[in-house]
Design a protein around this ligand. Structure first.
Ligand SMILES: Cc1cc2nc3c(=O)[nH]c(=O)nc-3n(C[C@H](O)[C@H](O)[C@H](O)COP(=O)(O)O)c2cc1C
Length: 189
């Protein structure tokens, strides 16, 4: 296989790597979207029933001014209604080594905070120890989208761990720890 003058792959080998593209049945949807690597965030809040949290990889940035992020809880989530009522949340970006924390916050465990270290942030929402970064946010808007809700939140305060710099990565249904070598050294960071 080779590239033509426009940078497009050409040649007989293309057929071998480009299968017939199919409609998005659920299994294909999960399989193909799982090829987009993400971090893992745990969204937390202090609720009248105690601290609550849920693992999500649908977290992404939206706007610089104002500073907005989004994440997408399933309509079926039992934890999101509790977080929504609190209104003030924390987004904990998990670090390499926190696979068990991700699994805990994706589980049906009644008390997800019993077996981990955390501290309340300025807005009361739990900040998980040894996370890679933290964002304290206020929920701004919710938009129903199919079987999920798109939640827009404004960042009030944020920061990263002073000593930990490696992320927990979720890719094709598996966890990966840390980054492989950078393509080019990023002198800005
Ligand atoms: C890596 C990972 C990413 C996830 N991302 C999302 C997500 O973006 N939205 C969502 O609703 N659930 C997501 N989940 C599933 C929830 O964590 C899980 O279904 C949830 O904890 C169910 O409990 P609940 O009923 O208390 O909300 C994810 C799970 C894992 C392991």
């Amino acid at each position: 296989m080779s590239k033509d003058n426009h940078g497009r792959w050409t040649g007989a080998g293309l057929d071998a790597v480009l299968p017939a593209l199919t409609g998005p049945d659920e299994a294909t949807l999960r399989h193909v979207l799982g090829h987009y690597p993400t971090g893992v965030a745990v969204i937390t809040a202090s609720t009248p029933e105690g601290p609550a949290g849920i693992a999500m990889n649908s977290f992404t940035s939206v706007s610089m001014d104002p500073p907005l992020v989004l994440f997408c809880p399933a309509m079926s989530s039992t934890t999101w209604p509790q977080l929504r009522t609190a209104g003030r949340i924390a987004i904990n970006v998990l670090s390499a080594g926190q696979e068990s924390v991700s699994r805990l916050f994706a589980s049906r465990s009644d008390d997800r905070f019993a077996e981990i270290a955390w501290t309340p942030g300025a807005n009361g929402a739990p900040l998980l120890s040894d996370a890679l970064g933290w964002l304290e946010c206020t929920v701004q808007a919710e938009y129903p989208a199919g079987d999920h809700t798109v939640v827009i939140a404004e960042i009030d305060r944020m920061g990263v761990h002073a000593e930990i710099s490696e992320p927990l990565v979720f890719f094709r249904g598996s966890y990966y720890e840390g980054m492989t070598q950078a393509v080019e050294a990023d002198e800005a960071s």
